[in-house]
Design a binder for this molecule. Structure first.
Ligand code: LMR
Length: 394
């Protein structure tokens, strides 16, 4: 049977982890996969997570199954964190998923159930797993312009012009904040304009929210999403706790569907539960329970929010330091956009050859067209890094 299989095309982000690990150079720099690192290059378990895990260990008396849509206290806690009071709770159907990718996958499966062959729009560029999952599910991929590389900013006119080509029944994947890979984000006015467009066209947004709290703040990062959800009859949200709670390998995420009314939300939630059952049955509990404990305990929540704020401000400091180093070394302002971008990434805009030269000649690892993980920037090695970036001609 399996002789019919061929080797899958490597996932570029995952492939880079292996290449970095195999590189013997001691001064190599990992700016690849989006994982937060502290000044020592470690990705520690957050204090709030450790405390919640300890409490869970002491208090948990059973590991029997919960609901097929997961731990309902986790789902409601996440809904509060994301939507605030923008939408009445009864209009939101939600289910726990294995990570944010699991949420994207389950929501796209829901789209396929509702509308087989639907067209799914996404920014060019976007996280490579978006088009991969859409194609795998037999849905259609359409792209809209998003990034003006020369300006280092959102090409909003291009985005709107392209999205005018989307029709009722189509879906558009929007990045809730901290656009991956570019780091260039929509302003509040631009979110409002996108909301108007989607309201007129009936195109349903799927907001991928993988970095809440890494951009401008935990509430600021969902202001656009809340505006959208407060206005449109239908909105999907795929949320991840990998980055903002550092729970990467525990696979903690949630899929939400905002519906016109409570009856529709119950049906959407039932379908998410049925899709969970078909794909993996009950979602993994441990990490979601930890998040639930944190979100429902004011002291632990405050501790987590302060740790999250530290991660956010550390990344901002590193961003500014790289922008300044590149300004000095290039004697130009052409990299100033790095300090304006927000979140975990910025796209430097190199060709494959230049990115390969950085890796091979300088031991600097970045994804695709020069996407860098800001958290991986070396605080005490910015000049060297800036010189290498310029040396390969970026
Ligand atoms: C990334 O883009 O690096 C992260 O979202 C991790 C991943 O799974 O790709």
């Amino acid at each position: 049977m399996f002789e019919t299989l061929t080797a899958p095309a490597p996932d570029k982000i995952i492939e880079l982890i292996g290449k970095f690990a195999a590189d013997p150079r001691s001064d190599k720099v990992d700016l690849g996969i989006g994982v937060y690192k502290d000044a020592d290059g470690n990705t520690p378990v957050l204090r709030a997570v450790k405390a919640a895990e300890q409490r869970l260990w002491q208090e948990q008396t059973t590991k029997t199954y919960l609901d097929v849509t997961g731990d309902r206290t986790f789902v409601s806690g996440m809904a509060g964190l994301i939507f605030g009071d923008a939408v009445p709770a009864e209009r939101i159907g939600g289910a726990q998923t294995p990570g944010g990718t699991g949420a994207v996958r389950q929501l796209l499966e829901l789209v396929r159930r509702a509308r087989p062959g639907a067209k799914v729009w996404m920014s060019d560029p976007t996280w490579p797993n978006h088009p991969a999952i859409v194609k795998y599910l037999g849905l259609m991929v359409a792209t809209h312009r998003y990034y003006d590389a020369a300006a280092g900013a959102v090409d909003f006119d291009g985005m709107i012009a392209d999205l005018k080509g989307a029709a009722r029944g189509d879906v558009v994947i929007l990045h809730g904040c901290c656009h991956n890979p570019t780091g260039a984000n929509l302003s509040h006015a631009q979110w409002a304009a996108v909301t108007d467009l989607l309201e007129d066209s009936g195109v349903v947004p799927l907001v991928d929210l993988a970095y809440q709290g890494f951009g401008d703040g935990v509430d600021e990062d969902v202001a656009g999403l809340r505006h959208l959800a407060g206005r449109l009859p239908e909105v999907m949200v795929a949320a991840s706790c990998s980055k903002n709670l550092g729970l990467y390998r525990d696979r903690v995420g949630a899929a939400f569907v905002v519906c016109p009314d409570a009856a529709a939300a119950a049906i959407a939630q039932g379908n998410l539960g049925a899709l969970n059952r078909l794909n993996f049955s009950f979602p993994p509990d441990h990490g979601a329970k930890v998040v639930s404990i944190i979100l429902h305990d004011p002291a632990l929540k405050a501790e987590w929010l302060s740790e999250l704020e530290d991660m956010r401000t550390n990344m901002l400091t590193l961003r500014k330091a790289l922008a300044e180093a590149l300004r000095r070394e290039s004697n130009s302002d052409r990299f100033d956009y790095i300090a304006v971008h927000r979140g975990m990434f910025t796209q430097l805009g190199g060709t494959v050859e230049k990115v390969t030269a950085l890796r091979e000649d300088h031991g600097i690892y970045m994804v695709g067209a020069g996407r860098i993980n800001i958290a991986g920037l070396p605080a005490d090695g910015m000049e060297k890094l800036a010189k290498a970036i310029l040396a390969v001609g970026i």
